[in-house]
Structure formats: structure tokens, C-alpha cells
Ligand binder design. Sequence first.
Ligand SMILES: *Cc1c(COP(=O)(O)O)cnc(C)c1O
Length: 391
Amino acid sequence: MNRPIYLDCHATTPVDDRVLAAMLPYFTEHFGNASSVGHAYGWEAEAAIAQAREILANAIGATPEEIIFTSGATEANNLAIKGVAESYFSRGKHIITLQTEHNAVLDPCRYLESLGFEITFLPVQADGLMDLVTLEKALRDDTILVSVMAANNEIGVLQPLAEIGALCHDWRCQAPKDRNILFHTDAAQAIGKIPLNVEAMKIDLMSLTAHKVYGAKGIGALYVRRRNPRVQLAAQLHGGGQERGLRAGTLSTPLIVGLGKAVEIALQEMPSESERINRLRDRMWQSLQTLDGVYLNGHATQRLSGNLNVSVENVDGQALLLALQPAIAVSSGSACTSAKIAPSHVLQALGLTDSLAYASLRFGIGRFNTEEECDRAVHCVINAIQSLRDR
Ligand SMILES: *Cc1c(COP(=O)(O)O)cnc(C)c1O
């Protein structure tokens, strides 16, 4: 029995063989604790982690001291948002984010709302992009944080990070001296797929994860700016004082080594891979358009190369997913919300009707997908839609 063709790379990606090979020795031979400063086992682990930290820092234009390892993007988002809220509440209690953010941003924001913070959940335009004028109007004297994702996990839309960073920064210049508006971005889907630079984009905090770029699940990082301004964060995990006291807990050497390797590979291959994957995506979309009543969700070009999100008219969403499931692994809405039977909050924010939001498919094309697989997948989708419509 053939396994379904995997086209769900926004949910997770397989570990690249080269990443696995880099990790393996750190499970066995080099098992030391990086906090063991008194012997060679500890030094080996510490050196390997330092190297990964440097790769990550270079990848985003940061310095190694600005990288804090976490268990993934969820934890990085929680540390960034709750950590800022706890540190800066005396300056203000207003935070701005988008309605289309991942739940790992929305839920910490809702939690803070329950504690008395004021959160503005900005709407997006019909193409999924945010409007900078709307953001500018929402900025207030008591705004402490703007959190806007780099790339959306459902519709792949790329938000204008540099423009947002400039807005937060300009505001900072005009405002009284002690007011900062910090800019956080959840870059879980963006790292290794699009160029990111915390200086050029004026980003103060950036969440990263390994498992969307062919690294392991359970490892990620938060970039925390240490200069102009130096971001003050309240730790969310207390204990052994690791990661400058910002995130206690023994560092997972193998997973961190893998994260470094995964990002290194993704950066090297970014130009050729994004072009190849872009071509596969456009090819799939062209074939799907031979059907009537199939719509692209999200901006046509300002999006991740591997993302194709479509809504299908006159088809029941659940029935469609069920019909496809033996042949292809895709998702409708995001993996994190699919347990609840509710239309995707992202597609709703674009203004889609419930039935179009339900009858949507998210294809995530990745490194290991071939043209032949994509052709076969589209063929299956077209057949399934036609037969459901003929009933
Ligand atoms: C996957 C994802 C997360 C969660 O990352 P984990 O490392 O699984 O915690 C957060 N934000 C976005 C945009 C994601 O795609």
C-alpha cells in the first residue's frame, strides 16, 4: 500500500538526512551537558551549541548573544509576548497583533487580555496582507508591542516586515524618550524560505522553529535584540539560569545542532529551491483552474513559494478531505485548529463565507516533493471534486 503523497509542509516537514546525520553523534558519543563547565563532555556540547547559535544569528543578521533556544515557536511566542507584557506594563498595556496570526500568538494575547492588557486584533485585507495605514492609526502612546507574523501558516502571505519595523521605530523617535514600541515577528514559516534581517527590518524579537525547515520537532529559538533598544524580557521558565536567565532548562544539544544544520542548508539552497517549488506550485494552480469555482486564497505573489490555498465551490469540505486522504496528505485550515470543527479564523478574516472557508485545501509543497507527485496530487483533487459535484 502506497503512503499518501505528503503535501502538508506548513504543518511539519520530515527531517533532512543531512540534519539527522549532524544530530546523531550528540545523542550518543557527545552526550555531555553544555552546563558542565568542568570537563570535556560539557565543552564539546557547549562548542556545538555555540556553532549552531552562530549559524542562526548569521542567518537573520543578529549576534549569537541575541539567540535564546526554546522548545519551538510556540514557546518563543509566549516568551516574547508575555515576557514583554510583564516587563513593560508600567509604560503601557496596549499590544497590537493581527486577526490572522497563529494561535501561538493569539492565545498568549487573549490570556494577557484576561489580565487587563488591551489587545488590538487588526483586520487584514481580502488578500491577507495587512494595511500599514490601519496599523499606524492603531499605534498609541501606551502601545508596548506590535506582533505581526512574517509568513502565514495557512495562506502563506508575507507581511511587509521592513515597513512595520520602520513604523514602530519612527513612532519610537517621535514619542517621549522612554517609550519603545517593540516589534515581534513569528517567523516559524519564514526562516529558510525568505531572506530575513533583523537590522534592515528593525525587528526586536523573532520566533523560530526547526520542524518547518526539515529539522526536529521540539526545538526553536527566540531572537531578542540587545542593542538600540535593549529588549527587557521577563523569563517564563525559571531554574538553572541557562540562556542568560531567560529560559532555564538543560539545552538539547542534538536538537540544537540539528536546528543549526537545518537553517544552514535552507539558506544555501534558498535561491534554487524557492524557484523550483514556486514552479511546482504555479503548475498545480494552473491545473486546478481548469475547474470552475476554484479560488486562490491569499495574495497571488506576495506569498511563500510552497503555499497553495484554494477554496472550492459546491463541494462539502469534510467530504473532499475524506476523499483525498488515502492519496494525498493535505490539510484544510491549520493543523492546530483542525481538531475543532470550526472554519479557519484566517479564511474568515479574509471575508470568505463559511462554506468556502470549510471547503478549502492547503497544499504545502516542500523540498522532497517532485513534479510527478504534484501532477498526481492535482489529478486526484480534480477527480475528487468532479465526482463530489456529480453526486
Ligand atoms: C508551526 C507554527 C508555530 C508553532 O511552532 P512550534 O515550533 O510547533 O511550537 C507557530 N507559528 C507559526 C506561524 C507556525 O507555523
